[in-house]
Write a protein that binds this ligand. Structure first.
Ligand SMILES: [Ca+2]
Length: 159
C-alpha cells in the first residue's frame, strides 16, 4: 500500500512531506532521509501498540532499522537535528519470546545492533524494541507499555 507522497513544506532545512494533501491537521509530516520517508514524533509519547497504530493510520509502519545504511542515515539525522534519543521501532518478540523481528517483514533483528547488554528482557516483561543513541547506539527491549517517542517509515522508496 505504497502511498503517494507530496512535498508540502520546503521552508525548512529539509523537505517535509505528507501522505495526503489534506493531512491530519498540520501533521503527519514525513521527512526524507536517505531514500525513504519518516515521521519522527518529537512531542507525544505513546506505548508501543498505540505508536504502531498511529503509524498505520498514516499509511506507514514503525521504523525497521534493517540495513546499516538506514541506521547510519537516521542516526545522523537525529544527531544533526538535536532530536531526542529514544524511539520505538517495529522490533519486537511478541510472537515468540527471545526471537526479535522487524514488523511487518518478520526479518530477524541483526545481532550486532543491540545496545550493550541488550536484549535482557528484565523481569520477563520486555518485548518491544526501542532505538537509542547516547553513549552507545543500538536497540533495547523495553516493556511495550512504556511511553516513548516513535518513528514511522513510509513503505515507499524514493526513486
Ligand atoms: Ca532491555
Amino acid at each position: 500500500m505504497a502511498s503517494t507522497v507530496h512535498p508540502i513544506d520546503n521552508n525548512t532545512n529539509f523537505t517535509v512531506y505528507s501522505t495526503t494533501k489534506a493531512a491530519l491537521g498540520p501533521k503527519p509530516l514525513f521527512t526524507q532521509i536517505g531514500n525513504k520517508f519518516y515521521f519522527i514524533e518529537t512531542e507525544v509519547k505513546k506505548n508501543w501498540h498505540d505508536a504502531y497504530a498511529t503509524c498505520r493510520q498514516m499509511g506507514a509502519h514503525l521504523i525497521s532499522l534493517n540495513s546499516a545504511d538506514e541506521r547510519i542515515a537516521v542516526t545522523k539525522f537525529l544527531q544533526d537535528n538535536k532530536i531526542d534519543t529514544f524511539y520505538w521501532t517495529s522490533g519486537n518478540d511478541l510472537r515468540q519470546q527471545g526471537n526479535h523481528v522487524w514488523f511487518p517483514t518478520t526479518d530477524t533483528v541483526d545481532v550486532d545492533i543491540w545496545y550493550p547488554g541488550e536484549p535482557n528482557n528484565v523481569a520477563g516483561k520486555e518485548h518491544c524494541d526501542i532505538y537509542r543513541y547516547d553513549i552507545h547506539l543500538g536497540l533495547n527491549d523495553l516493556k511495550c507499555e512504556s511511553q516513548e517517542r516513535y518513528i514511522c517509515e513510509l513503505p515507499k522508496h524514493v526513486n
